[in-house]
Write a protein that binds this ligand. Structure first.
Ligand SMILES: [Fe+2]
Ligand SMILES: [Fe+2]
Length: 270
């Protein structure tokens, strides 16, 4: 695929946006449909073994995993359409028009999968809070950083984890597709954020770091939150959760550094 020529070339004087256009192109080529998933050929989620009680408990756990992903993708629809509306650059708008479609399609897939798995469970209140903070952020630079540079980078590892524990199901197939899509969303965000920050004032960059600092305590709450269906795992996994949280935060700091941001004032809450 990398050897094929781009169908979208940057206009003259717009070479800085070639990266964003490349992801626009890639997004168009990677587009899939919800009907492409193996509905009816494999189970929607892992069926589990053991006593009926044990199986029911596993099913509730999966419903809760699915609910959090549906919630995340519905919020992503809000964020992607906000970015489409406020991004001033033509190339970015083209790209965001594909991201709006992706996040809507992801939502459609989760809705269908949850229906087959027995319905939704409890929402993560901290995820709602985080999305609200990003939607209310003052600058485009902050929004792109939080949504695409940070969250969409972290979710990729989460999807691989879910795929590994749900082999041979529709859920696994969906997670594999989402890994690819969010790889594109993250890559596009990095490409656009680079251009935005090249032209940003010192003050805008400082605001971005301040906003990240304000967001971190809620991010920690979100990372450690467990609905009642998964509370039993939450206790068993607490040490692992803290480890993963630390890794996630370090990834965020490294990404900020790679974009030339001054991270000396970032206070990691763990
Ligand atoms: Fe998504
Ligand atoms: Fe995404």
């Amino acid at each position: 695929m990398a050897t094929e020529p781009l169908t979208e070339e940057p206009a003259s004087g717009r070479a800085a946006y070639a990266g964003v256009l490349r992801f626009y192109d890639l997004a168009k080529r990677q587009e899939w449909q919800v009907r492409d998933l193996p509905w009816g050929q494999v189970p929607p989620i892992p069926e589990g073994k053991g006593s009926p009680q044990r199986r029911a408990r596993r099913k509730d756990m999966w419903r809760s995993v699915l609910t959090q992903q549906l919630q995340a993708d519905m919020l992503a629809c809000d964020m992607a359409s906000q970015l489409l509306n406020i991004a001033p650059d033509h190339e970015a708008k083209l790209y965001y028009s594909t991201m709006v479609q992706d996040e809507s399609r992801h939502t459609e897939a989760w809705l269908k999968l949850i229906e087959e798995a027995g319905g939704t469970a409890e929402r993560d209140p901290y995820l709602d809070e985080l999305a609200h903070m990003t939607l209310e952020a003052d600058t485009l630079e902050e929004k792109v950083f939080q949504m695409q540079v940070f969250y969409e980078r972290l979710i990729i590892a989460r999807f691989s984890l879910i795929a590994r524990s749900s082999r041979g199901t529709v859920l696994e197939d969906l997670c594999n597709r989402l890994t690819t899509d969010d790889g594109i969303h993250h890559g596009a965000g990095m490409a656009y954020e680079k251009v935005l920050l090249q032209n940003a004032s010192k003050q805008t960059k400082q605001k971005l770091v301040d906003a990240a600092n304000r967001l971190l305590p809620t991010f920690v709450e979100h990372a450690l939150w467990r609905p009642k269906e998964r509370a039993f795992i939450g206790r068993a996994m607490h040490a692992r959760d803290i480890e993963r949280l630390k890794e996630d935060l370090e990834i965020g700091v490294r990404l900020a550094e790679s974009l030339g941001l001054d991270v000396s004032e970032v206070q990691l809450p763990v």
